[in-house]
Design a protein around this ligand. Structure first.
Ligand code: MG
Ligand code: ZN
Length: 386
């Protein structure tokens, strides 16, 4: 499948638009090896065994298996910010009722530490609500946030804040956002808040609760002037946000903004932030390599923005993983770095082991092979909550 010329069409203008962020061109060598500076930093982080992070940023590339990462890397001139991570592990992503998980059970494993059934949002196999790490962080006084390139009520972000027995209960999920004092959320799905079947206007309810609420109809994300005195909500679309190749451009600036915003809000207490690259999965379902690659590269740039913060901050643990692989994606014989020949075995998810990348204090906990639910336990252990 040839997509390079198509890729260049949006990579070039996008690269030129990076001025809105603080991303610096990271010095990974041309041959893909790391510079002396990188290696020194890796050693610095690796030697921090036992030090607790103040903040955790969990970044989930939905449907991002090893091949999605590989394809994004080659298409991006053989470089990804992911290469900066000193610790890599693998998790077993299966659900309680199926070997092949969906995003609801997958994210609930990270958020709640329980293996549950496909479709479950923040509930165990008996449909009983389980407290999420975001809710626990709120109770402990940390600032919290969620960012997605899907609707904000979609399975992955929903599993960190809502408790419903079926992922399609979008209006119920939206209502659960008002039960937790989350400081920031950014994503699509405005209609589940302001044009609901039950007639409630949760957009206004959020404002009444003290949130500064805005949306793409009112202002471009990068033109907002947010106040640190208020909590922050921004709706990026009425329903699903666009693919990045069709003009969506908020993931990198939103990630860049969110870490600073939450850091300010948190004071000494720290924060928990989940950022999802939601549409890598949709490229897999569509069996479209160019869709996967463009979303993968966008997600990687968001990772770069978060690493910029984490490097300067020194007290932030960054974890990057996926809920599952999507598509049975493969890079076939005949490929070159500039032109990948790809194939798919499925238009659904697969049961592959999934990589976990960790950076910063507590990163050493994430090496090895473990259950997806262990990510929840490792994050709590890193915070020092047990
Ligand atoms: Mg998702
Ligand atoms: Zn999917």
């Amino acid at each position: 499948m040839k997509y390079l010329s198509f890729l260049l069409l949006f990579i070039l203008p996008y690269s030129c638009n990076q001025k809105t962020t603080t991303i610096k061109d990271r010095p990974i060598n041309e041959d893909g090896s790391h510079t002396t500076e990188d290696v020194r930093n890796m050693n610095r982080w690796s030697m921090q065994t036992g030090k607790k992070p103040k903040n955790i940023v969990l970044m989930i590339g939905d449907g991002m298996g090893i091949t999605q990462i590989t394809a994004g890397m080659y298409a991006n001139k053989n470089k990804l910010y992911l290469e900066k991570f000193p610790v890599i592990g693998l998790h077993k992503c299966y659900a309680s009722n199926k070997l092949v998980t969906d995003s609801a059970a997958g994210a609930t494993a990270f958020a709640c530490g329980v293996k549950t059934y496909n479709g479950a949002i923040g509930v165990n196999p008996d449909t009983v609500a389980v407290k999420t790490i975001l809710e626990e962080a709120e109770q402990k006084g940390l600032a919290t946030g969620l960012i997605a390139t899907s609707t904000i009520v979609h399975a992955t972000p929903a599993s960190f804040i809502a408790h419903v027995k079926q992922r399609k209960m979008y209006e119920d999920i939206a209502a659960d956002f008002l039960k937790t004092d989350i400081e920031l959320f950014i994503g699509g799905g405005k209609k589940y808040f302001d044009r609901r079947k039950d007639g409630k206007n949760l957009y206004k309810a959020l404002q009444s609760k003290g949130y500064a609420v805005s949306d793409y109809f009112q202002s471009d994300f990068t033109k907002l002037t947010p106040s640190y005195n208020q909590n922050f909500v921004y709706f990026t679309a009425d329903d699903d946000p666009l693919p990045v190749a069709q003009g969506r451009d908020y993931l990198v600036p939103a990630s860049d903004f969110a870490v600073d915003f939450l850091d300010q809000k948190a004071g000494e207490d720290g924060f928990f932030l989940m950022i999802e690259g939601s549409q890598i999965d949709w490229g897999g379902h569509a069996n479209k390599s160019d869709y996967i690659v463009s979303e993968m590269i966008d997600f990687d740039r968001a990772i770069g923005a978060v690493l910029d913060f984490a490097e300067q901050d020194g007290e932030t643990l960054v974890i990057v993983t996926a809920d599952h692989e999507t598509g049975g994606f493969a890079i076939q014989p005949g490929s070159t770095m500039d032109s990948l020949v790809t194939a798919f075995t499925s238009d659904y998810h697969t049961a592959d082991l999934i990589p976990v990348f960790a950076y910063g204090p507590g990163a050493e906990l994430f090496g090895g092979i473990y259950e997806n639910t262990a990510i929840y336990n490792k994050m709590r252990a890193a915070y020092g909550w047990e």
